[in-house]
Design a protein around this ligand. Structure first.
Ligand SMILES: C[S@@+](CC[C@H](N)C(=O)[O-])C[C@H]1O[C@@H](n2cnc3c(N)ncnc32)[C@H](O)[C@@H]1O
Length: 381
């Protein structure tokens, strides 16, 4: 049968109307990722389109000109009755002052279509094309701010594409304004097409300190250095792993339809293996940051716990609370959680498990021991 052609904009409208996923609600309510009284506010927040956010390139020689230009454009918007409430505000928690700005409650469509915002939109497009500004979500900037990259560091970005965090790393490596420093970054991604996107991003910075590789991060080959061909160990490792991405519902509308409560389970073993390789190539005294864009403890705390257990005595968790700006609102990670299984057909009902021991044999190919809190035994199967 011939399909009825879609009317322009219909798909977006449909997606807007479908911003609900029962499995998501049931899963995360029972998991208790926010307090019961916070749930409605939390869920409503996920339905609001993502704020538009951008960062001024801090190592660009023209950054002061860009900043001045930006402030004069903001002043123009502020002077107009109609656009006064639409001006981008500085993101106060970002370590470098006056570099990150965010429009609150202004959609991409509005920025593009509102004639009064046209000049600002054109400014953003132009500055982004030339690499004087970068578009990046606020939360996506957090991991690198905690990596504490210095100009002489060797840095590994294990899952780097499309490269917004790699750019931040490069900015930190050249924070002293020098083009040639001792530090360098190896940015890796398993997906060749996405790795190519990364080269496109990085080209705008034109820096000699970046190496792009295309490997499965779980089996990242050792880099050799010096006459004695020693394995290179990295001072800093960023492990921004593939994940269910359910923390990106505000921009990935397809997830409202596609989320299912086993997504985290599928990612967990891969995440454990990538993080494990990251630890193996980390230098003594080095720092690794692990990040996902998922709410799921199975993809977050459980993975970290598995690795703390595997490398017991060799690594420790760093308390970064003193390194974070008081403007950044966050909460501590979970110390306990439950593990869900959807059951099988009509015979086996869905169930939540508190301990690995209560998991029947037939579920154990999906529910790994490392998914459970306090199991503290690394399972390599
Ligand atoms: C969350 S995204 C990374 C985003 C990136 N760090 C950024 O800030 O732009 C995860 C990336 O991991 C890559 N990936 C998936 N499996 C991988 C693997 N086994 N080894 C290396 N990269 C992998 C994906 O291709 C994807 O680009």
């Amino acid at each position: 049968m011939k399909k009825t052609p879609r009317v322009k904009g219909e798909r977006t409208k449909e997606a807007e109307e479908q911003k609900h996923n029962k499995q998501f609600v049931d899963y995360y309510k029972y998991m208790g990722i926010v307090d019961e009284e916070e749930w409605d506010k939390f869920y409503a927040c996920l339905k609001v389109p993502l704020d538009i956010c951008f960062r001024i390139n801090t190592i660009d020689k023209d950054r002061e000109t860009t900043r001045k230009h930006l402030f004069s454009m903001i002043a123009d918007l502020a002077a107009d009755e109609e656009t006064r409430m639409m001006i981008p505000a500085e993101v106060m928690w970002y370590p470098e002052r006056e570099t990150v700005f965010c429009f609150n409650e202004l959609s991409r469509v509005e920025l593009r279509k509102n004639p009064k915002l046209k000049a600002f939109h054109q400014f953003l497009v132009r500055e982004t094309e030339t690499g004087r500004t970068f578009r990046q979500e606020k939360v996506s900037m957090i991991p690198v701010t905690l990596l504490d990259v210095q100009t002489d560091h060797s840095v590994l970005d294990m899952c780097a594409a499309p490269g917004s965090k790699t750019i931040q790393i490069l900015e930190a490596l050249h924070a002293n304004g020098e083009k040639m420093n001792m530090g360098f970054c190896v940015a890796n991604d398993v997906d060749a097409k996405r790795a190519y996107l990364l080269t496109h991003q990085a080209r705008r910075l034109d820096l000699p300190s970046l190496f792009i590789t295309n490997n499965d991060a779980r089996f990242l080959p050792n880099l050799k250095s010096g006459f004695d061909r020693q394995n290179v160990k990295f001072d800093r490792v960023l492990c921004d792993v593939p994940c269910s991405g359910d923390g990106t519902l505000r921009k990935n509308l397809g997830l409202w339809k596609n989320f299912n409560a086993h997504m985290g389970h599928t990612n967990h073993p891969l995440q454990v293996d990538i993080l494990s390789r990251g630890i193996e190539v980390l230098a003594t005294g080095g720092r690794l940051v692990y990040s996902t864009c998922s709410f799921n403890p199975i993809e977050n705390e459980a993975v970290v716990q598995a690795i703390l257990e595997k490398f017991k005595g060799k690594i420790s968790l760093v308390d970064v609370s003193k390194e974070v700006s008081p403007h950044l609102r966050y909460r501590p990670g979970f110390t306990s959680w439950k593990v869900y299984h959807r059951g099988k057909g009509k015979k086996e009902a869905p169930a939540w498990h508190m301990a690995w021991e209560s998991v029947p044999e037939w579920k154990r190919s999906v529910l790994r021991k490392t998914m459970f809190h306090d199991t503290y035994t690394y399972n390599n199967n």
